[in-house]
Design a protein around this ligand. Sequence first.
Ligand code: GDP
Ligand code: IMO
Ligand code: MG
Length: 430
Amino acid sequence: MSNVAVIGTQWGDEGKGKVVDWLSHRADVVVRFQGGHNAGHTLVIDGTTYKLSLLPSGVVRPGKMSIIGNGVVIDPWALIQEIDRIEEQGVSISPDRLRIAENACLILPFHGELDRLREDAHGDIKIGTTGRGIGPAYEDKVGRRGIRLCDLFDPSELESRLDATVSHHDALRRGHGLVLIDKPKILADLLAVAPRLLPYSDTVWRLLEKERHAGKRILFEGAQGVMLDIDHGTYPYVTSSNTVAGSVAAGCGTSPKSVGYVLGITKAYTTRVGYGPFPSELSDATGRMLGERGKEFGTVTGRRRRCGWFDSVMVRQAIKVAGVDGIALTKLDVLDGIEELRICVGYTFGDDTLDYLPSSPKTQIGISPVYESIEGWAQSTQGARSWADLPATAVKYIRRVEELIGAPVTLLSTSPEREDTILVRDPFAD
Ligand code: GDP
Ligand code: IMO
Ligand code: MG
């Protein structure tokens, strides 16, 4: 039995939350290893919707251990709010079921402020961030001036750590004409929230080692998607962490060998929220129709997601750079009843044809998609729970996707509901 890593293969919102929740039935431990509350993962269980940002998507299943790894940046107040909100929905979240890495960096209020201020100052070249302070918090982490969960145990250590962070941010704030940081207030707020957070604090690398040795099955839950990866995505229109499976080991302190199977979550068409290149984007009625039928509004910010045809070139590339073994194809039902479907199978740039997405933003914006037409299906696939329920033309679409991306469909999702899922091959069994 192997452990499984779940990652997004497009620009996020592929349905990772639904798939992780479904798969967590077969797992003992679910671990987040990167990102923060920029993520929005939706689970629908018997008609009840749960929206998770920081909590791992196995949290709603009784008896499962949830872990937030050191690679995640944590906004303490957002996490407490999320815990309270999910508990109000009847899910119990206690320190014996949720553990948080003591070496995880925190997002503080001035990170969000700086994130939003930069976006406003950028005029026409915005990234379209979630405004949650993700980028500035990771900058402080790499700049070795971050505040970590373990700092909350020691008020005097916390105060001196804050000095380094605040002096850096105050210099920036002076440049932007902002009022300087009220350090005593930040310190007091952190000390006030500490008693809520610290009971969850743990040495996650040791805990994971113990769980692995006990033969427990671990599910690593990625946020965002490969095309938002800081190295491999459509830079600079990306998030500030590595979203590929290679990020798992560093993001929670485990061996790269602990990941046995990498499951790439892949939407049957393409969406993107925020700015940046999107070769197969549809700015017409078909794009709007996909958005309405797929309910493509951001879980975190409520923004309308941009929609387009399935881009097999991009997904093939994502599969290669992220080491994906098989995909979970989601939202196939959104394509029901569309007479003619299209799949992007290549790009042209001037006189050149390309079979990959180059790194230069200018090329990424300038390329045109080459489409292949494929027959749609009139019947409904919504809620299908067995392969035999799928129309032959839908199966043909799936087979063509597999052929183009060079990876098998391991799982198929046919509605937001937990159980509307078809298992083709158990990734834990590989
Ligand atoms: P994540 O960020 O990858 O977890 O995805 P989100 O939760 O942000 O967005 C995916 C949306 O699609 C959510 O509203 C899900 O409930 C929904 N969803 C997931 N799988 C399916 C599916 O197979 N069909 C349909 N129609 N909706 C789905
Ligand atoms: P899940 O886990 C979709 C996008 C933002 C923006 C860029 C940078 O739900 O798939 P950030 O706030 O991270 O600095 O924003 O990344 N983005 C996402 N898009 N799904 C997400 O997460 C995203 N998290 C960040 O829209 O374009
Ligand atoms: Mg999402």
